[in-house]
Structure formats: structure tokens, C-alpha cells
Ligand binder design. Structure first.
Ligand code: NAD
Ligand code: ZN
Length: 239
């Protein structure tokens, strides 16, 4: 049996399904991954901008980058990989999508039960109090300020070195622990703790299916490892 057939069979037989996605699933929509080609903005590396230190040092620069990214994301469309995952949700009685992406393309493709463990680029939140709002600005007009406490607002994403939102992460762990299969798509599985969900699935005895352009540290450990584009493979294994 081919890997695709095996993956299809595992997914079709499962009532409780979790999916973990990373930047790779949005690459075919034209949104660069951080590590791949096209991940640079001006001459900065994302690791120099997506940090609390960068924001403290130069909030204008960090906001300019995020507003630029929003513009690119706003022009992009969800692709066949996002749509296949939305279709999987419609079929599985119990389904959770855990994404490391901040772009909102899964929502736009029709996914509903989503845990965004790295936050959402379309949210701005206060750097001091609990205030947050949806923010679709794609033109930089200065650092936005909190209407409640006047502190600077920041992008609603998780930066390098920050911890993940607790409740969202707890839900993600619970979902993976309670699933019969974890489908992992477009993530290098290098970024912890998100990658730890793969260990959790394996130790819970779940099947694991990986779809990725390149091999990863988990390729040898998962039940089925498929090498290729999310936009081509995901529709095939969901069909
Ligand atoms: P990553 O470490 O998750 O790596 C992306 C993986 O996807 C790589 O292994 C690559 O081989 C694979 N890939 C690339 N194109 C693919 C395709 N078409 N089909 C299948 N696999 C493909 O991602 P990263 O870019 O290093 O990002 C690190 C973190 O930064 C992410 O976890 C995320 O939080 C954030 N980020 C988010 C976005 C987004 O929201 N779209 C984009 C860039 C980075
Ligand atoms: Zn505030």
C-alpha cells in the first residue's frame, strides 16, 4: 500500500482527529516561511524582529514589519491544503486544528475549531493591560496606543522567547491526547513546545501522519511520512 493510501485509510477510520500545521502550509499561498527563501524583510532576519527585545528597542520598526506582513497576507488566498483541512473537520466527529501560523488563512478556508498557539497577526493587544482588538490596518501610521491605559499596543502574536498562551496550549494538548490520529503538515517541528505535540501523540499511542516538503527530525518516527507539497498531498489523503 502506498503512503498516501495508508494515510487516507487512517484518517477515514478515525473519529477523533487533530491536525498541527506550520508555515509550510501557507507557502503555496505566497506567504514565505521564516527559514525558507523570501523570509527576509529589508535586511532583517525574523529572529531580529519577532522578539520582545526588538519591540522594546524599536516598536516603530517592529510594527512596520507586521503591518507589511499583514498586507501580504491580506492579498493571499487560502490554498488547496487549507481547504483539505477544513474538509477533514467537516467529516471528523471530533476535530481540532492546532496551528503555529498567525495568518488567518485556515479561518478563511473554513476551518472552525482552531487553536492558534502562536497567536494571530490580525489582533493587536496592549503591552501592559488585557485590552485587545481585531486590527486590519495594513498601512503603517505609527505605533498604536491602548485606549484603556495608553501603553503601546503590540501585535497579538507570540514572539521568540515568549511563552505560549496557557489556555490555548492546554486545549491543544488535551485535543492531541484524546485523538486517534495527529496529522502534521508544513512544519519543520523545530519550534518547541509545539513540536512536543508530536511526542505527546506518539506516547498516547496515536497514529501520526507527516506531510512536509523536506524530511524532519520526526520523519523516521511517524506512522506515515509523506514528502511533497501540502497543496497536492493533503487533498489526496482527505479525498
Ligand atoms: P517551520 O519551522 O514550521 O518550517 C516550515 C516547514 O514547511 C519546513 O520544514 C519546509 O520544508 C516545509 N514546507 C515549505 N513549503 C511547503 C509546502 N508547500 N508544503 C509542505 N511543506 C512545506 O516554519 P518557519 O517558517 O521557520 O516558522 C517558524 C514559526 O514562525 C512558525 O511556527 C510560525 O509561528 C511563524 N511563522 C508563521 C507564518 C504564517 O503565519 N504563515 C509564516 C512564517 C513564520
Ligand atoms: Zn492597556
Amino acid at each position: 500500500m502506498s503512503g498516501i493510501d495508508r494515510a487516507r485509510e487512517i484518517l477515514a477510520a478515525a473519529d477523533r482527529v487533530s491536525v498541527l500545521t506550520g508555515a509550510g502550509i501557507s507557502a503555496e499561498s505566497g506567504i514565505p516561511t521564516f527559514r525558507g527563501a523570501g523570509g527576509l524583510w529589508r535586511n532583517f532576519r525574523p529572529e531580529e524582529l519577532a522578539t520582545p527585545e526588538a519591540f522594546a528597542r524599536d516598536p516603530e520598526l517592529v510594527w512596520e514589519w507586521y503591518v507589511w506582513r499583514r498586507g501580504r497576507i491580506g492579498e493571499a488566498q487560502p490554498n488547496a491544503g487549507h481547504r483539505a483541512i477544513a474538509e477533514l473537520e467537516r467529516r471528523a466527529p471530533v476535530f481540532t486544528l492546532i496551528t503555529q501560523n498567525v495568518d488567518g488563512l485556515h479561518d478563511r478556508a473554513g476551518s472552525r475549531n482552531i487553536r492558534k498557539v502562536h497567536g494571530d497577526i490580525w489582533i493587536s493587544r496592549c503591552s501592559r493591560c488585557a485590552y485587545q482588538r481585531r486590527d486590519t490596518a495594513t498601512v503603517f501610521t505609527g505605533v498604536p496606543v491602548c485606549p484603556e491605559c495608553s501603553a503601546p499596543l503590540r501585535p497579538g502574536v507570540v514572539w521568540f522567547g515568549e511563552s505560549l498562551p496557557r489556555a490555548v496550549w492546554d486545549d491543544a494538548e488535551r485535543a492531541v491526547h484524546g485523538s486517534q490520529v495527529l496529522l502534521i503538515a508544513g512544519t519543520s517541528a523545530q519550534v518547541y513546545p509545539a513540536a512536543g505535540l508530536i511526542d505527546l501523540a506518539r506516547s498516547a499511542g496515536s497514529s501520526t501522519i507527516e506531510v512536509n516538503l523536506d524530511g524532519t527530525a520526526y520523519s523516521g518516527a511517524v506512522t506515515v511520512s509523506l514528502r511533497g507539497l501540502c497543496g497536492e498531498l493533503l487533498p489526496q489523503i482527505v479525498a
